[in-house]
Design a protein around this ligand. Structure first.
Ligand code: SF4
Length: 282
């Protein structure tokens, strides 16, 4: 079948930098001498490759051996984690993406300016968990939040968003907030343009194809967002990690398939999937 690739897809610079940093540090220090705090990126295959090269992983800074090396992933962490690392005399190698660092700084700055900081995002996501540590009492909201209850009696709001959200979604949440009677609302755009470009490319590709395949970790927020945009565009959509999850019925009767991938999906997974799908007889 014919396969069309989204013009913008796959690894972003933040993920590329984090992987490069991990590989260089492991090569320099040797296997077992560097521990990533959580999975380096939301891609099982890449994480597994790095583990094979000698990168260890731990979900909690308190369990990492005192005096050893810890790698902070691109999602970043809260100031409390840096403090814990210091107390354990860990050598911190920081791969926090510059755009996440910016969101952290904006969060702190809005609080210092006297705003009640509001973050649009998923409270379970690691990036959000890190960013909210930069100001006390940050309120996390999404499209289902009861704003009357959550934001009652807070006159000056400073709003930021999880970097990987779609502008349309963020705009809708902000519009709902603007419908309420707040004296002052300051919005700082913390969205990542790498992600926005991938979202624009996938919306455009949906016009040309019969079915969409979105490749990326099942826990990857930006990949899930790409799949959601395809579904919103009325497209039959499959969010898969690799070719192993492909089933013939997904492409049965289709002529043209679209293919894109989240910011933590390497090109070799995309190329492998495209090649196999290209030889598939629908
Ligand atoms: S998606 Fe954007 S914010 Fe997230 S790591 Fe990549 S470049 Fe940074």
């Amino acid at each position: 079948m014919e396969v069309r690739l989204a013009k913008s897809r796959g690894f972003c610079f933040g993920v590329e930098d984090a992987i490069e940093m991990a590989e260089q540090e492991v090569a320099k220090r040797g296997a077992g001498e560097l521990t990533a705090l959580g999975p380096l990126i939301h891609n099982t295959q890449v994480v597994h490759r790095l583990e094979q090269r000698g990168l260890d992983q731990s979900g909690d800074v308190e369990t990492i051996k005192e005096g050893s090396n810890v790698l902070i992933r691109s999602h970043g962490v809260s100031p409390k984690v840096y403090e814990q690392a210091k107390q354990r005399k860990l050598n911190v190698i920081d791969a926090t993406c510059v755009l996440v660092k910016r969101a952290q700084n904006v969060c702190r700055q809005l609080h210092e300016e006297g705003y009640q900081v509001v973050m649009i995002g998923d409270k379970h996501h690691a990036e959000v968990q890190g960013v909210i540590g930069y100001a006390p009492d940050v309120i996390i909201i999404n499209e289902q939040t009861d704003l009357d209850e959550t934001l009652a009696r807070r006159p000056r709001l400073g709003i930021i968003a999880q970097t990987t959200l779609a502008p349309k979604y963020v705009g809708e949440v902000i519009a709902r907030i603007c419908n309420r009677n707040f004296k002052e609302i300051k919005v700082v755009n913390t969205l990542c343009m790498e992600v926005v470009h991938r979202q624009e490319a996938v919306i455009s590709l949906c016009q040309e194809v019969d079915v969409m395949f979105v490749l990326g970790g099942l826990h990857s927020a930006n990949t899930a967002e790409l799949a959601r945009l395809c579904i919103d565009a009325g497209m039959e959509t499959y969010h898969l990690e690799t070719w192993d999850q492909f089933r013939p019925q997904m492409a049965a009767g289709k002529i043209v398939a679209g293919l894109t991938a989240g910011a933590s999906t390497p090109e070799w997974i995309i190329a492998d999937f495209a090649e196999r799908l290209g030889t598939f007889e629908a």
